[in-house]
Design a protein around this ligand. Sequence first.
Ligand SMILES: Cc1ncc(C[n+]2csc(CCOP(=O)(O)OP(=O)(O)O)c2C)c(N)n1
Ligand SMILES: [Mg+2]
Length: 820
Amino acid sequence: MAEPIRAEGGPARESGPAGAAQRRLECLRALERKILWLSTWTIHNANHERPSRDNLKVGGHQASSASLATLMTALYFDVLRPQDRVAVKPHASPVFHAIQYLLGHQSRERLADFRAFGGAQSYPSRTKDADDVDFSTGSVGLGVAMTTFASMAQDYVRLKGWATDDLPEGRMVALVGDAELDEGNVYEALYEGWKHDLRNVWWVIDYNRQSLDAVVTDHLFGQIDRMFDNYGWRVVTLKYGKRQQAAFARPGGTALRRWIDDCPNSLYSALVFQGGAAWRRQLLADIGEEAGVRELLDAHDDDALAALMTNLGGHDLEAVLEAFHGVTDDRPTCFIAYTIKGLGLPFAGHKDNHAGLMNPEQMASFRASHRIPEGAEWEPFAGLDTPPETLRDFLRQVPFAQVYPRRYRAATVPVPEALPVPSGESQSTQEGFGRILADLARDDGPLAAAIVTTSPDVTVSTNLGGWVNRRGIFDRRRREDVFRAQKVVSAQRWSQSPEGQHIELGIAENNLFTLLGALGLTHSLFGARVLPIGTLYDPFIQRGLDALNYACYQDARFMVVATPSGITLGPEGGAHQSISTPLIGMAQDGLASFEPAFVDELATILAWAFDYLQRAPDDPAPAPAVDRNWLRDRQGGSVYLRLSTRQIAQPRRSLSPAASDDIIAGGYWLRPPAAGAPLAIVYSGAIAPEALAAYEAVLEDVPEAGLLAVTSADRLNAGWHAAERARQTGGGSAGPPAHIGRLLAPLAPDAGLVTVTDGHPAALSWIGAVRGQPVQALGVEHFGQSGDLPDLYRRYRIDAEAILDACAAACLERLRGGTA
Ligand SMILES: Cc1ncc(C[n+]2csc(CCOP(=O)(O)OP(=O)(O)O)c2C)c(N)n1
Ligand SMILES: [Mg+2]
């Protein structure tokens, strides 16, 4: 294990442990300098050295990167261990890539292509970067919260004994911009973490007191301090660097310290920007008369004074190392590290520096100050005093880099071809889901063992009760179910233990999706496969949408099961009735969405989904017989099921393999049309009875009509786009037709389509474009309200009568089209 560096390390060439520590510090200082150079240069190169073809700003954050150079140097080159996982502040991405470059894990080409196609990413990306990003970041606040849930996920798999052999327990570290603390999801995570007795999490706050637009409110640290303390976290404040601490011990030092403590953030930032002479003027004016101050100031020339005043804790390697190494237990810890945004750059401290880029002249003098010869910009050790061989040796021994890459694989959990379909003449898909899971809970096979469920306080109302009763709640500590112990009758048995397989969350959908993101990455982070299922109310997907997107962006694998959905909820009313979620399901990358109407469809989808969740792009398994890779079928993804609480009559049938395939591809003819049929009704989800009733009525006039069940508008649509794309790029070869194209083939070329769903009509209306057929699209476009289904379906025009009206209009239009 590497020696921690202590401030009291002796002179540079001293032998023995103190001397070794001093030499380490020397190396770290050199690397800190190099990191600042490389991150700054990477951004400069992208903006000024690469030819532009579109005149768009390339951008990059030189000031935000400089702010973290010291802290990240200390962490990556000294403090972190391979089992630790880090969410890097999004706009410090260049620092991360520079560190990986020095460790030999990032190429010079990708750095030179920063923000270009295929190059190092603007914001660290697990899926697009090549240099072992632990957690993607970009939408501020989410990476911070991710560390909390990753720690919980780590506990989950470790307590089950599933983590990869020899992988020690790691710390989940977030490097947090201070303005990220404005994001509410951070507090949702903090609160939830406290409830779960969180551990092994570090949040390192880059307290530069600047956001994007401005300088932040004064004395925020007091609030931060109190808040973390309140949640049981340790707070370590890194305010003063070693040089400042030494100055405080000198005559005049107490006054200087008091002045620093009282100085408003804006003034401090402005003085940082103005430099030594301005510091002197201000300090003399404010405290010049106090004993020892003038002498203290006189002992520093302007440059030395500026260096002293900017020697904040977060820029002092020794202070930083001391603080990090000072924490040896697993208590969650928040480091408030005082930093300066842009330190070492010409716009340091300027309130407008967030997107600031050095101009070529400024870069020239920065280059000179770093002693980088022209052409040696990417040289890892150019311009450093420490000999390259020493640095190379040092880098070879960096503890964090001893394992690479740090991505694991986990064996695939076998999934049965089919899951039993719960019997019952009339059922809702939500009920069916609960019963399928309750059945699985009775099973002692590997599939049931790998499932972990979670829900934000809607476990019972989304029908997970049966599963939880059997499988129990996960908790690091064993806790009895008090109601049960007291013999109070309840349908819920909620004992808590490390063996439990349900993680109960408070009502915060952001937390649900962030936890699903973390659980959905355990195969890669910890080498342990779990199959996470989160349940919530469909409308509240929107409440946590960015976190859902964030989880998908990282290619986490999970299932979201949402009920109730649409106006079909009925009496409970508008605030709980979702409209746009089908469109979210279609547009969200990495998420295959389904809206089954019947429970046998649901069972088919679930069995497929458990397998789909586990697929990987580089799986050695042969490609499926029907190669639908355009649906991500080979690389897999996450799954969203939009379910309903409405009980509907179930079809008596057993699904053939071909029928199951169609359900997965997105649709099938519930009632096939006759060849050349002039009309079809296309429906999705819980309004199946209305579609069926309308279909039966329409047969009187149009006996050839068909009734198309859409189980996944998302996959039907993706398949269509992919087939079109193949045609566009195939140079004349048609390629396989899309599933929807095949389905529509029997209809007359100008057949009218009536689409209907309890959601936004655009989810299905596109089907008309597949073969250029006119569409009458029914669906819900306006907020729902309370009512029973006949009233609501009438009001929003998705009842059988409305479908029939649309069929009549479709037929009329066809006739007009034919005679026109
Ligand atoms: C959710 C979200 N909203 C807005 C932004 C745009 N944005 C990027 S950085 C930033 C301010 C960051 O300030 P801070 O976290 O203090 O970082 P610093 O640059 O000061 O280190 C904002 C508003 C974003 N990335 N994500
Ligand atoms: Mg900031």
